[in-house]
Write a protein that binds this ligand. Structure first.
Ligand SMILES: [Zn+2]
Length: 153
């Protein structure tokens, strides 16, 4: 969950990205914030400064986010989980968010990168991605904008 910048050039900085434990959907709890990229580096760029795209985060932050999301997915769906990150062209909310759900086996395609470790997950700039566990690692499916359809609605 993120606070949304409304001003250009980080005039209303900081707008944190909050980590929410929503395992009990009737009692969501804020358990931390993600570190923000350095404001000095982005203040002069056009647009609003904030947490929008996965590739804009540091690798360290992305790894933490993936580990957290996978742990939550495993707790809820065992080994049948999937995590989907829609591409920016189809995202209805502009902030970064991951969809966690039960993986739809029929959604499997041949367009994936096999990855052994979370630390090797790519962060594409031009598409979304969806991830599910397989023997010895993960499939990271790339090249699609709409990815949450790989999960049970
Ligand atoms: Zn797959």
């Amino acid at each position: 969950m993120t606070d949304e910048a409304k001003e250009r050039h980080a005039q209303d900085w900081p707008k944190p990205a909050w980590v929410v434990d929503a395992r009990d959907e009737t009692n969501p709890m804020i358990i931390g914030t993600l570190p923000l990229p350095p404001v000095e580096e982005y203040r002069e760029q056009d647009g609003r400064f904030g947490a929008h795209n996965l590739h804009e985060y540091s690798k360290q932050v992305r790894d933490r986010l993936w580990h957290f999301a996978i742990r939550a997915a495993q707790e809820k769906f065992g080994s049948e989980w999937g995590i989907a990150y829609n591409g920016a062209q189809v995202r209805t909310q502009c902030h970064l968010h991951l969809h966690i759900g039960r993986f739809v086996r029929a959604a499997e395609t041949g367009r994936f990168k096999f990855v052994r470790r979370v630390e090797d997950f790519p962060a594409p700039e031009d598409s979304g991605l969806w991830v599910h566990p397989v023997e010895g690692g993960f499939h990271v499916h790339l090249g699609e904008q709409i990815t949450e359809t790989a999960l049970v609605r």
